[in-house]
Design a protein. Structure first.
Length: 294
C-alpha cells in the first residue's frame, strides 16, 4: 500500500539509497539542505505540518565524529534537539517515525554482540548526541522505530571508508589501518531495503529499537584488505602494494572509538524473517555498482 513519506537527509549516502528504493512505490517527499536545516530545527515544525506525512524517516545527522569534539553544541542541535522536534510533530500528526542511529551509543568494552537492551555508554560527543536523540524520541513519541547500524558505506556520498581506501590506493603504495577496532561493515543499500521491508508492517506493536548491520565480524584492517582484494579482481586502477596493521594508539584521533561495536541483529532478523547478508558479498556488489556508475 502506498504511503506518504517525508524523508529528511535525502542527500546523505543512506538517504540517497532510501530515495531510490522508496520513490517508485510511495509518495515520497525527499528533503535536504537547503530545504531543511537541522541546525535550525524549529523550522522543521512548519514543514512537517504542511506536508502531513504518514511516515517520517530521519536519515539526517551530524556525522563528523572527530569534528563533533570541537562542535558539541552543533552536534547536539542536529542529533538530539532536531529529532525531539521531529518526534513531537510526528506524535501530533499520528505519523510513524523511523530514525537512524549508531553503534557509537555503546562504549565498545563488550566482547560479544550488543543487544538492543544492553546498557548504552557512549565515549565520544557524537555517540552522546545520538543517544540523546534516541532518548528524546523514546520519551516523546511511542510510535517510532530507532534503527541502529554501523560502519556504513555506499556508492552515494562524498566520503566513506571504502571510497577513502580506493582514493588512497591510487595515491600511495602503502596504507596503515587500525586492526584493533572490531565491527561489521554495512552497505547503505541493505539499510534502505530493510526500511522498505519495515514500512508495510508498521504498527504500534513493533515500535522500539532495532539493530541492523550486515553479518560477519572484522577489523578495519581486515576490511581494508578485502577492499584491496576485491578491487584488484574488478581491475580498479590502484597503485597500493601493502596494507600495514596498526593499533588505535598508533593512530590517535580527537574522538575515541569503541574497540568492539558488533551489533546483534537477531531481533530484526526474526521480525523480517531473513538474516542480513554477509559483508564481503555486499562489498563486492557495491564495488561493481561503483564501477558501473563511475
Amino acid at each position: 500500500m502506498t504511503k506518504s513519506i517525508l524523508l529528511l537527509g535525502s542527500n546523505g549516502q543512506v538517504g540517497q539509497e532510501i530515495q531510490q528504493i522508496l520513490s517508485p512505490h510511495h509518495q515520497l517527499i525527499a528533503l535536504a539542505r537547503p530545504s531543511i536545516d537541522l541546525t535550525r530545527p524549529e523550522n522543521l515544525r512548519q514543514i512537517i505540518r504542511e506536508i502531513q506525512p504518514q511516515i517520517i524517516i530521519n536519515a539526517a545527522a551530524y556525522t563528523a565524529v572527530d569534528k563533533a569534539e570541537t562542535e558539541p553544541e552543533l552536534a547536539t542541535t542536529v542529533n538530539a534537539t532536531a529529532p525531539q522536534i521531529i518526534a513531537e510533530e510526528s506524535q501530533k500528526l499520528g505519523s510513524f517515525l523511523i530514525h537512524l542511529s549508531t553503534d557509537y551509543v555503546f562504549d565498545g568494552e563488550q566482547s560479544h554482540p550488543y543487544q538492543e537492551t544492553d546498557t548504552t555508554n557512549p565515549i565520544n560527543i557524537y555517540g552522546k548526541t545520538k543517544l540523546a536523540g534516541e532518548i528524546a524520541i523514546g520519551q516523546t513519541h511511542p510510535h517510532h522505530i530507532i534503527l541502529r547500524t554501523a560502519w556504513v558505506y555506499g556508492t552515494f556520498g562524498k566520503s566513506n571508508f571504502v571510497k577513502t581506501m580506493l582514493r588512497l590506493g591510487k595515491e600511495r603504495q602503502e596504507i596503515r589501518v587500525v586492526a584493533d577496532q572490531i565491527g561489521t561493515p554495512t552497505w547503505t543499500q541493505d539499510i534502505a531495503h530493510v526500511i522498505a521491508q519495515i514500512i508495510p508492517q508498521l504498527t504500534p506493536a513493533i515500535a522500539g529499537i532495532y539493530h541492523y548491520t550486515n553479518s560477519g565480524v572484522i577489523s578495519w584492517y581486515d576490511f581494508a584488505v578485502a577492499i584491496w582484494e576485491e578491487s584488484q579482481h574488478l581491475n580498479f586502477p590502484l597503485t597500493i602494494k601493502n596494507i600495514v596493521p596498526i593499533t588505535t594508539a598508533e593512530y590517535p584521533t580527537l574522538a575515541r572509538r569503541p574497540a568492539y561495536s558488533v551489533l546483534a541483529c537477531g531481533k530484526i532478523s526474526q521480525f523480517l524473517g531473513t538474516y542480513p547478508p554477509h559483508w564481503r558479498q555486499r562489498l563486492r556488489l557495491m564495488l561493481k555498482d561503483l564501477l558501473l556508475n563511475s
